[in-house]
Design a protein around this ligand. Sequence first.
Ligand SMILES: [Zn+2]
Length: 52
Amino acid sequence: MGKFLRIECECGERYLVFSNSTTKVVCSKCGKVLVEPTGGRAKINGRILEVL
Ligand SMILES: [Zn+2]
């Protein structure tokens, strides 16, 4: 089971993402790839602020 994570990009933008996301999440402000799907637990490139 995945969890929702509140993450912060290095540019300061914050996003709510799913830990087992199957879609790539790109920061809308700076274009950094924040979440990369791997088939299981997604690779999170941002700073995790909170696990919900
Ligand atoms: Zn960013």
